[in-house]
Design a protein around this ligand. Sequence first.
Ligand code: MG
Length: 419
Amino acid sequence: MPASEPIANPSSSPSPDPVMPANAARPVAVVIVAAGSGSRAMRAGEAPKQYRPVAGVPVLERTVSVFVSHPRVTDVVCAISSEHAGLFQPIADRFAGRPVFRGGVTGGATRQSSVRAGLEALARAGFDGHVLIHDAARPFLTHAVIDRCLERLTEASAVVVSLPVVDTVKRADADGRVEATIPRQGLWTAQTPQGFRFGAILEAHRRAAAADRDDFTDDAAVAEWAGLEVRVALGDPANIKLTTAEDFERMNATLARPLDDIRVGTGYDVHSFEPGDHVTLCGVKIAHTHKLNGHSDADVALHALTDAILGALGDGDIGQHFPPTDMRWRGAASEVFLKDALARVTARGGLIAHCDISLIAEAPKVGPHREAMRARVADILGLTIDRVGVKATTNEKLGFVGRKEGIAAIATATVRLPS
Ligand code: MG
């Protein structure tokens, strides 16, 4: 990770367009505050909450995605802890092709010092414009909220995205005795993002640091302390801050996404006969006058099926993931390849809905072994047997299969991924 080096590149910020109103053309940078250890959401041994997945996607990745896909955002910086560099790297890699994403900068011991580190990195890169400061743990932010915040920034130098208080508010003492009912009129609860004129909030943070003030709980409070006028923009009740383990469980349940990105992949494979006494087809050993020649157990059916699954994922082929030159796969049971393909589906939050294999061979006879083959494939893939088809045909004595020189297999797999 580039640590504390400048991550923003001023030359790539759009230059002001004289036809556009001044604010609309201003670059918009984002500082995502992701340096915390989030101990309230953690169980022993778990990653900090911003690196934990919600419905399969790390919280920070979700948050970064919202900003890099916003048409007005020009720079996205994450203030992270150097201890989390290893957790941050895979997320940074995912956005490597997005020029707006500027990577990580090392944050400080407090939220406030982490924000300042992000602002200083932008300042070193010569950034000027508007900046949105956002907590990594609010991944459900929408573009509509960002738009409301930016719109409000056309008339103010500091904006806090907030919700009006709708519940009646009580103040209680340490024993839980209610002391007062606070009129909720004019009360708002602050969310993030909070938006600022860059120079104004940078100056406010520098002054707060110089004054040894590090107790502000949000950046609007820093702005208020510095004497800036802060205005509210309407937030979104869905823009929650993930805090406790229960928050994660609830959102995992809510976000279980429909697996309606349905893909069909095909695979084809051939292996030739050589002297031997059995073949392995669909993981089932069948006595025969020959064996199939191959680097692994030469299970032509499972190879075709593995390619069908990889094809559905658009993720290369069996030869790419398991090169025949690699001695590790010599004599390997081909279920290793199939399980690897399954793991790739699972890693993307998907499942295999169905697979179908056609064996093309003059011999041996497949019929007597068909149910064992279906059961074996279903077992390897964790499917019910009704989701596995195994069929066989001869080649009417035509071609290499007809001359009993080998066996061919064709497979299809239906894979369902999150939309
Ligand atoms: Mg093969």
